[in-house]
Design a protein around this ligand. Structure first.
Ligand SMILES: [Zn+2]
Length: 81
């Protein structure tokens, strides 16, 4: 039993994530909201889905690397399957 294992991170081996826009290194929790068309919703009603993200605490910018992968795909490539 070693529950300490997952806390055993060497911070000298990590790099700071900074805001792509202003270089600030603190972030606050924000939500993106996605709405689901009633046509696609299992309940037949419009659904709202919150997506938890981290935005720069200074300028509010959200780095691309913090975006969910699906969100990035939606932004840059048309959805094909
Ligand atoms: Zn910023």
């Amino acid at each position: 039993m070693n529950n300490q294992q997952q806390m055993n991170i060497d911070f000298s081996q990590t790099t700071a994530e900074v805001c792509d826009k202003c270089g600030n290194d603190t972030f606050s929790e924000v939500f993106k909201m996605r709405s689901l068309s009633p046509l696609l919703s299992p309940t037949g009603e419009k659904g709202i889905i919150p997506i938890n993200l981290f935005a720069c605490a200074k300028c509010g910018h959200v780095n691309d690397t913090f975006l969910p992968k699906d969100d990035r795909d939606m932004k840059f490539t048309p959805k094909e399957d």
